[in-house]
Every structure is written in structure tokens, then in C-alpha cells.
Design a protein around this ligand. Structure first.
Ligand code: INI
Length: 171
């Protein structure tokens, strides 16, 4: 599958992600698009050295449920980062605004609540064509970008954790 990664820094290949455990949540709404986002994310993770066996993929109904699924994954404590993938396409109703805003807000909320990188690979477009362009088309693959950001943030989190002050000792 063409995941459009050439346009977005395939030069960043390195094994820095080896040993990281990454969860990927894929929304089933607009599945034709989100499947391509998933392919881009998986390829990006592989190129950064994340092992196939260290990637857990789960599905949820729509972008609205991405934060809920991410929250359940974060609570397991088993992952260094979570990648959220979805596609919200504007229709004739305000539904778009609610779904896209709650998805973005909820994903950031999970990240802050758990001090865990949770990245936003959710397309919010006016048309399906624009979504296709960003899921391995002329505008690259936002699933790839979200996975790349997850690895970078997971490494930053590990680095900063090493510099945490030791917990105060009880006397
Ligand atoms: N979910 C999406 O992921 N993308 C959409 O474009 C979309 N639209 O347009 O309705 C959508 N709706 C479903 C929503 O995410 C929830 O799954 C649903 O409301 C049940 O809670």
C-alpha cells in the first residue's frame, strides 16, 4: 500500500524506537481512509525500530470514541505512547464540529491525565477527497506523522523520567 511516507521524512530512519511499546487505536468510521492511516503508522513505527510484536492495534467505532479507547489503553500502563487514527468528514450538520472537537480535546485530556504521549492522527476535512490526499495521497499520510510524533514523545518522556528527583524518603 502506498502510504505516502516519502513526502514526510523517510530520512528519519533509525532504531531509536526499539523496545518501545506502542498502542494504535483505529476508528472504523470511514474505514477506507483509516485503514490507510493505520498502514502509514505501522510503516513509520517499523522504520523507527519499533518491533511488530510491540505494537498493539485496537479498533473503535468512530473518532468520538478514540479518547475513550485511548484512556482504557493508558490505564493498563503497558504502553509508552498511543497513536489515535480517525477521519471526520464535514457533512450537512453540526455533527462534524462536535465529533472533531471532542475527539481532539479528549485525546489531549488523556495524554495530560496519564502523562503519556497520545498523538492525534485524526483527519478533519471538508471532503473525502481531501481525506484521501492525507491518507497516503499527495499530502502525505497523517497516520505516519502521528506515529512519528508518538515515538519522539515516548523517547522524550523516557529521557525526562530518568531526570526525575528521587522520591522523598520516609524517616
Ligand atoms: N465518526 C467519525 O469518525 N467520522 C465522521 O465523519 C463521523 N460523522 O460524520 O458522523 C463520525 N461519527 C460517529 C461518531 O464518531 C461516533 O462513533 C457516534 O456518534 C457514536 O458515539
Amino acid at each position: 500500500m502506498n502510504v505516502g511516507h516519502k513526502a514526510q521524512g523517510a530520512s528519519k530512519q533509525s532504531a531509536a524506537g526499539r523496545g518501545l511499546k506502542i498502542a494504535v487505536v483505529v476508528s472504523r468510521f470511514h474505514q477506507k481512509i483509516t485503514r490507510k492511516l493505520r498502514a502509514g503508522a505501522e510503516q513509520s513505527l517499523r522504520l523507527r525500530g519499533v518491533r511488530r510484536g510491540d505494537v498493539r492495534v485496537v479498533h473503535c467505532p468512530g473518532a468520538f470514541e478514540l479518547p475513550q479507547a485511548a484512556n482504557l489503553l493508558a490505564r493498563t500502563g503497558a504502553f509508552d505512547a498511543i497513536v489515535c487514527l480517525g477521519a471526520v468528514v464535514r457533512g450537512e450538520t453540526p455533527h462534524f464540529e462536535y465529533v472533531s472537537a471532542e475527539s481532539a480535546r479528549g485525546i489531549q485530556q488523556v495524554a495530560l491525565l496519564h502523562a503519556l504521549p497520545v498523538t492525534f492522527g485524526v483527519l478533519t476535512t471538508d471532503t473525502i477527497g481531501q481525506a484521501e490526499d492525507r491518507a497516503g495521497g499527495v499530502m502525505g499520510n497523517k497516520g505516519w506523522d502521528a506515529a512519528d510524533a508518538a515515538v519522539e514523545m515516548a523517547l522524550l518522556r523516557k529521557k525526562l523520567h530518568r531526570h526525575r528527583p528521587a522520591p522523598a524518603r520516609r524517616t
